[in-house]
Design a protein around this ligand. Structure first.
Ligand code: 6PG
Length: 253
């Protein structure tokens, strides 16, 4: 499947497009399925998206029917600067009228192993029969300079049997102990949207989007929605090593 790659001048334009996708998919999912299941990513890239959902789109989403999950989480307390839940709470969740019961954070206080088991049970509550896993309406993912996504890191097992696993990985100065959804649930999504910016990711992005399939080395390649859309939102710097035929310039206003 040829990936849908959309290139933007900068993070601001990319984030505005990512926010529009959130609003569109929320409306569609609630109309078709009565609820909107969305999984957020952590890291620096999604912060502007969260701010825009707060500032520009908070009144366009039915937050009562919106359920927020995380594709992965760092095993730190919610108030820790390294908490992805904490990041989203400060930039988005405390500014919109979403019921607390619709915010499904990873219970990191349980420790990675128990938190992973606990989150798997939470996911199964939202499964989409006949599947025994939820079909997210929208999953946002990032990509590290090393090709990891969520907390699926290079060298980790490609074949998995669990929806959520504990992970220990060193990446930059970020918390090592993590919990992550695996492709068993991520690849069931209706829409997966990757966001990647910056020149430091250009070489890896070109490899991830090449025909050279190496999911052990590039975990972002493990994300192949079975029956859904795969969209890459990247800025010009991250796209600087992509072959021309893969590019469709998509500038938002
Ligand atoms: C995390 C993420 C991780 C992130 C990448 C990219 O919690 O760390 O889920 O997968 O998306 O590391 O991070 P940046 O957006 O900061 O480059």
């Amino acid at each position: 499947m040829k990936p849908d790659i959309r290139i933007f001048k900068d993070l601001e334009k990319l984030s505005r497009h990512a926010a529009n996708i959130f609003v569109e998919q929320a409306e569609k999912a609630i109309a078709e399925r009565g609820r909107f299941l969305v999984a957020l990513n952590g890291g620096n890239t999604p912060t502007r998206l969260f701010q825009l959902l707060t500032s520009d789109h908070h009144d366009k989403v039915n937050w009562n029917k919106t359920h927020i999950f995380w594709g992965d989480e760092r095993c730190v307390p919610p108030d820790d600067p390294g908490s992805s839940y904490g990041q989203a709470r400060e930039a988005l969740l405390r500014h919109v009228p979403i019921p607390d019961s619709n915010i499904h954070r990873v219970h990191t206080e349980l420790g990675p192993v128990e938190a992973a088991k606990d989150y798997s049970l939470t996911l199964r509550i939202f499964n989409s029969p006949p599947l025994d896993v939820p079909r997210f309406d929208l999953v946002y993912l990032g990509m590290g300079e090393d090709g990891h996504t969520a907390s699926l890191f290079p060298g980790s097992a490609v074949q998995v049997s669990e929806l959520v696993i504990p992970v220990t990985a060193n990446y930059q100065d970020r918390p090592a102990n993590r919990v992550t959804m695996t492709q068993l649930v991520l690849n069931q999504a209706h829409n997966v949207v990757f966001m990647a910016t910056g020149e430091k990711k250009a070489i890896t992005l070109a490899e991830v989007l090449s025909d050279r399939y190496n999911p052990e080395l590039y975990p972002a390649q493990r994300i192949e929605p079975k029956n859904g859309e795969l969209i890459w939102l990247v800025d010009e710097d991250a796209a600087s090593r992509l072959p021309k035929e893969l590019i469709r310039r998509f500038c938002e206003g």
